[in-house]
Design a protein. Sequence first.
Length: 411
Amino acid sequence: MLSQFVFCSQGGNNAGHTVVVDGKEYDFHLLPSGIINTKAMSFIGNGVVVHLPGLFEEAEKNEKKGLKDWEKRLILSDRAHLVFDFHQAVDGLQEVQRQAQEGKNIGTTRKGIGPAYSSKAARTGLRICDLLSDFDEFSTRFKNLAHQHQSMFPTLEIDVEGQLKRLKGFAERIRPMVRDGVYFMYEALHGAPKKILVEGANAALLDIDFGTYPFVTSSNCTVGGVCTGLGIPPQNIGEVYGVVKAYTTRVGIGAFPTEQINEIGDLLQSRGHEWGVTTGRKRRCGWLDLMTLRYAHMVNGFTALALTKLDILDVLDEIKVGIAYKLSGKRIPYFPANQEILQKVEVEYETLPGWKADTTGARKWEDLPPQAQSYIREMGWRWQIQRFDDPAVLDQDRADPGRPRPRQWPQ
């Protein structure tokens, strides 16, 4: 049974997801990928920060690719905070400042996500419910917020009246989509049983608390963010699926112990079409890092894995897997919190034989070469997760907002 609801709980249009269905390629940032499913309702929760111009621009681009009637299937939480154009401008100015002062920046997408979450934490942010209420009051608070940012960044130019006029227009466009998020979630979770899928926007290692700080995003993209970003009790969370590529990628700056700055990295990047959907930046690529995956499992408590892009490894004679970190020649039993330490670790690898066979046509476990099966078992054994999703059968499922189908490890 396919999911009846697909929810987003954190992030903004900084994230990017490419979904291919029936040969059509869709790019999503703010919209849940489940919006493709005409039988499911999609919900953007209170933990998401919403840039309204970006939302409609994204929708219009995907409409040209075949997305239809998305407005009828999208619900916005009234408690979601808004990202304004000046948040995006400030994001860029902060990056320039960091580069000038420290000789490096964070490598943000410059979509205003960090500044918007900063406004939220400072209790000066504005939410969708504010936009749809007394517009005069909203305008006053908007002007105050704009002036606060201008006082911090004297070169910042803001067309206050122009932005307010535009926002007033967006208010009427989104009004039919807005619901009280708490009551909507309560209704969705009660009554007749329903299939609900929560879609994460960013990787676990980009979590503001548990990621490779400071090279992280500005929200909680681990499982705890689902509760705070949607307004649901933890006991309502059922299965937790860890979605992982068969190798490791990263966009932007930050420690990457298993990165391959060589022909292997180039091969993974080219075969995997590893480009950031939001920024267009080339993704850094490397071997699978089981230390980061185990750490992510410790934080999230995965009940199953959804392995993707196994076929990218089809051409390799041998495949390395990072199984441990060493400092000063000794194994360390933890994932370092400090970036300087993480950049110094030496990775201990295990080398596995490649399968040198095309796995794109595989649709069940038995279709995979024995070496590919061993590679997957190695992941599950070291990660201590006893269920998985066949990477081949996900070919359609990953583009479809249906609930993944967990299976026991084959013996």
